[in-house]
Design a protein around this ligand. Structure first.
Ligand code: ADP
Length: 268
């Protein structure tokens, strides 16, 4: 097992990142999916990951959601270890109870929205706050209505998901994730399963989050125009590593690495 004694029990200091991947490794058998990944995301920063299929993009998000076991290294969120917990002055792999609590600081929206089909839009947004955070029905309803208003879905609050378009369902899914007041929001290809004509309504909601709300976000997308438009920083992944990262203007207009250049010219 990896010697974890050199990893801090928590991050301290004035400029701690909201998310830190420190030497994070992940493999499936022989296949190395994340190869000593180091990535910091500042509070309120929007970071986008782009890269070829199989380069490890989704795995980064799944690790942050603690849906995958970690093969090496430590992930910190808001200064505290996410994947590990302190015990007798050292970090040890987190147990189920620690993980349950730690992961409540992360919100995620997937390509497939996974709304609860038997609940209305409003009930979908109230379920987590009532069941997990222990809010009263009234508090949860107020919070849910405010968020459904924000994503432009208040008129449809009493509809079940099957009566909503894909774009509308995705907007409800964003409101549902935000209702848990996460410190970090993850977006995994949220527009890939949508019809072209409704993509804009979802990207507008995410754009709105970046400009009007303070939230740390990590997004995986194939939409280069969108990534360029809303990100503070873009990371190009290749073979489980960050091949190149920069401001969107710099990375898209003036990519330094041959691999980034090849990727960008192929997706244009
Ligand atoms: P991306 O999102 O960049 O397309 P992924 O993070 O989904 O890439 O996957 C990275 C690599 O890990 C791929 O080669 C994929 O086949 C492999 N992989 C992902 N999940 C599993 C799994 N549960 N078992 C085995 N291999 C996996």
């Amino acid at each position: 097992m990896e010697d974890l004694t050199s990893y801090p029990l928590e991050l301290t200091g004035p400029d701690i990142p909201m998310v830190r991947f420190l030497n994070v490794r992940k493999s499936y058998g022989e296949l190395i999916v994340l190869d000593n990944l180091n990535l910091d995301i500042s509070p309120n920063e929007m970071v986008t990951i782009i890269g070829p299929s199989g380069s490890g993009k989704t795995t980064v998000l799944r690790m942050l959601m603690t849906l995958e076991t970690i093969g090496g290294g430590v992930i910190y969120v808001d200064g505290k270890p996410l994947t590990h917990m302190p015990k007798n002055g050292a970090l040890v792999p987190a147990d189920a109870r620690y993980l349950r609590k730690a992961r409540s600081s992360i919100g995620m929206c997937f390509q497939h929205f996974n709304l609860f089909p038997h609940m209305t839009a409003l009930q979908n947004c109230m379920e987590g706050p009532v069941q997990v955070l222990g809010l009263s029905g009234r508090e949860a309803r107020e919070r849910a209505e405010e968020l459904l208003m924000m994503v432009g879905m208040i008129d449809k609050k009493d509809q079940h998901p099957s009566r909503l378009s894909g774009g509308q369902q995705q907007r409800v899914a964003i409101a549902r994730a935000l209702a848990m007041r996460p410190k970090v929001m993850l977006f995994d290809e949220v527009t890939s399963a949508l019809d072209p004509e409704v993509i804009g309504e979802v990207t507008n909601v995410i754009r709105d989050l970046t400009t009007r709300h303070s939230l740390t976000m990590l997004m995986v997308t194939h939409q280069m125009g969108f990534a360029r438009d809303i990100s503070d920083r873009v990371c190009f992944f290749f073979g489980g590593k960050i091949e190149e990262q920069d401001s969107p203007d710099e990375l898209f207009s003036n990519p330094k690495s041959k691999r980034t250049q090849q990727f960008l010219s192929a997706v244009k």
